[in-house]
Design a protein around this ligand. Sequence first.
Ligand code: ZN
Length: 167
Amino acid sequence: MILPIKTYPDPVLGKPTEPVSFPLSKEIKKLAEDMIDTVRKADGIGLAAPQVGKSVKVVIINLEKSGVPLVALYNPKVVTKSFAKTEIEEGCLSIPGVFGMVKRPKKVTIEAQTAEGKTVQFTDDGWIARVAQHEIDHINGRLIIDVIKKYTQGAEIVEEWRAKKLL
Ligand SMILES: [Zn+2]
């Protein structure tokens, strides 16, 4: 089922999230399924539960178009990060029309749980690292507009939010 995507300034995007417990409840299983349908339909490379209005630690990474199988991560966190950083243009399904350069650690190790509750770790220095960090920011209530220093598109939208004191 495709869920509506919450957009800024919906307060759910900044709310703290609860960890999920195992075995997964029916509700969380359904949420993950629906998030997968939603991210594919939106042609997004990632989606975090707050973006569909749920304050829980569930994220989807969808790099299928780059040949990486889609993955659902539960309770993901960054456990180590490289000192080296890269600056890449990012956008967000919850902030349509706004893009900007975001500097993040190039290489990270992520720890998360699978749908079966197994703890896994993976290290990446490419797109998976980038998307995982963006989605983990979401479950911590942090958005690209909190970290972009140089806008490449939609700077006027952000200016308007600033004028309205939303940012
Ligand atoms: Zn996002």
